[in-house]
Ligand binder design. Structure first.
Ligand code: PHE
Length: 344
């Protein structure tokens, strides 16, 4: 009978050994534990058979079975540790970054031609001591028209078909309201010397007009400012922007907020003045409106027109960009076609 006991335990041991080597994850290991050591497991089943053994063999059998049980528990524990370590390293493998994989290509952005021109204009005027200011695109009727010497029903309001939001509020039709805002903020200090770039809005839409476009306003107020200062500043600007040798021409014009007013042309940058398609054969290109700040405009903004004078000008940024880059359709600026934008 003794042989038999040893055999039985040996068989159990080798069965267990095989199973534990085959347990490849924690779940399988737990199943194995239940199968051998659980309440209804193999060890318990063998314990039950102890009663069938002769009395003198029982203690040995119990002892061997206990030894097996302890050994099995130890083996399960160490296998468990092993599997946990393997698990962690597997996870590490899975999450590891492969630095040798090729990256996803991405397109580099670049500045819009209008941004480039704005920055160039700002740079030129900054160097001449102008301060750069910005103001609201949604503007009060007061700043856009009224304070600029265009009371309600003034016919000049029709020159700029406006987008009204309500009877007092509109999208600014030009950057000139910033003349008033800048002077209000500065008065009575001198000098006022600002440029204001920004978006403006008019009910217009064709090859050379867009319902939204950009202007730069310029304003200088000080004691003894004359039209010669205006001309000098604009000539300097023109030659910085379009090159040495450019000429300027002032033509009498009308704006309610400047007196006298002048439209300013530059000698054609394509033909140099001999006449071509771009300048319509005249040799000149119109680039901006300007004039001496109207006394009433100075007055409503907090300056005494008996003591100070000023000049102002406003130019279209698209117009400058179209001339400088030879672009014929203004709408190209807003279609965001990369083939067009990448050229600048
Ligand atoms: N605001 C005018 C326009 O949009 C231009 C201008 C500005 C004229 C300043 C004179 C002085 O047409």
């Amino acid at each position: 009978m003794q042989e038999n006991i040893h055999e039985k335990i040996e068989e159990l041991r080798s069965q267990f050994q095989q199973s534990i080597n085959g347990a490849l994850d924690l779940e399988a290991l737990e199943k194995l534990r239940i199968k051998f050591l659980g309440k209804k497991g193999e060890v318990t089943a063998l314990m039950r058979t102890v009663g069938r053994l002769p009395a003198e063999e029982r203690p040995l059998f119990g002892k061997l079975l206990n030894e097996f049980k302890n050994a099995a528990e130890e083996m399960l524990e160490s296998r468990k540790k092993q599997l946990k370590e393997k698990d962690a390293s597997l996870r590490w493998e899975k999450e590891r970054l492969d630095m040798t994989l090729p990256g996803k290509p991405f397109q580099l952005g670049r500045k819009h031609p209008l941004t480039l021109i704005s920055e160039e204009i700002e740079e030129i005027f900054s160097c001449m001591g102008f301060q750069i200011v910005e103001g609201p695109e949604v503007e009060l009727d007061y700043y856009n028209f009224e304070a600029l010497n265009m009371p309600k029903e003034h016919p000049a309001r029709d020159m700029q078909d406006s987008f009204y939001i309500n009877s007092e509020v509109l999208l600014r039709t030009h950057t000139s309201p910033m003349q008033i805002r800048a002077m209000e903020a500065m008065a009575p200090r001198l000098p006022v010397r600002i440029i204001c770039p920004g978006k403006v809005f008019r009910r217009d839409d064709d090859m050379t007009h867009s319902p939204m476009f950009h202007q730069v306003e310029g304003l200088v107020v000080d004691k003894g400012i004359t039209m010669a200062d205006l001309k000098g500043i604009l000539l300097l600007f023109t030659r910085e922007m379009f090159g040495e040798g450019r000429e300027l021409r002032f033509r009498p014009s009308f704006f309610p907020f400047t007196e006298p007013s002048a439209e300013v042309d530059i000698s054609c940058i394509i033909c140099g003045g001999s006449g071509c398609r771009t300048c319509g054969g005249t040799g000149w290109l119109e680039i901006l409106g300007s004039g001496m700040v109207h006394p009433r405009v100075l007055e409503v903004s907090g300056y005494n027109p008996e003591e100070v004078t000023g000049f102002a000008f406003g130019m279209g940024i698209e117009r400058i960009a179209m001339l400088k880059y030879g672009i014929e359709d203004i709408r190209l600026f807003y279609q965001n076609d990369l083939r067009m934008l990448q050229q600048y």
